[in-house]
Design a binder for this molecule. Structure first.
Ligand SMILES: Cc1cc2nc3c(=O)[nH]c(=O)nc-3n(C[C@H](O)[C@H](O)[C@H](O)COP(=O)(O)O)c2cc1C
Length: 172
């Protein structure tokens, strides 16, 4: 990395860009659930319907997704910080977590906001990460819960300004 973009400073500044918290899930060859947390999920194209996320090239989950050829993106809710911490590392990521199979056979986690079930369209190497592009097969809004967010190295919940206004009006 060049002196102009020192690693710690890069992370520090980029940490000031808020992200969503999305659990990317799949299953291994024994149909065991596998997954990880990403803050890089985004929609890519409407025609055809494509979404994507970026994953470290050394990721175990990436290896499983390559083999399975499918994944599900689960948008976590504001009250799922503990679930996110568990799914962002360690061996027992699905312990105590309820889930159902998506149409493609990927875990859809209980209590989330929305999910997008995908087959892998393309994986593109970009620096030390891989851009995983998925073709959307099924997608659904599960609840009207507020989403979990990540900002300046910490978790937070979303508060809409419309909601604030409503609260103020109701409070009158
Ligand atoms: C809020 C948050 C966002 C994250 N975003 C990403 C991401 O976009 N890409 C990535 O590769 N790892 C990301 N991580 C880290 C992975 O979840 C973590 O390294 C995980 O252990 C990878 O698992 P694996 O190596 O078994 O695939 C994020 C972690 C957190 C807490």
């Amino acid at each position: 990395m060049s002196d102009a973009v020192e690693g710690r400073y890069f992370r520090e500044v980029l940490g000031h860009f808020p992200t969503s918290v999305v659990a990317i899930t799949t299953t291994d060859s024994d149909r065991q659930p596998r997954g990880m947390i990403v803050g890089t999920f985004m929609s890519v194209s409407l025609e055809p319907p494509l979404v994507s996320f970026l994953v470290d090239g050394s990721s175990n989950t990436l290896r499983t997704i390559r083999t399975a050829g499918r994944f599900c993106a689960n948008a976590l809710a504001g009250n799922q910080e503990r679930l996110s911490r568990r799914m962002a590392g360690g061996p027992n990521r699905f312990e105590g977590t309820e889930w159902e199979e998506s149409p493609l056979g990927n875990p859809v986690l209980a209590g989330i906001v929305a999910w997008v079930d995908c087959t892998v369209e393309k994986i593109v190497e970009l620096g030390d990460h891989q851009l995983v592009v998925g073709q959307v097969r099924t997608l659904r809004v599960e609840s009207m819960k507020t989403p979990l967010l990540f900002f300046r190295g910490g978790y937070g919940d979303y508060l809409s300004s419309a909601g604030l206004l409503l609260d103020r009006l109701v409070g009158w």
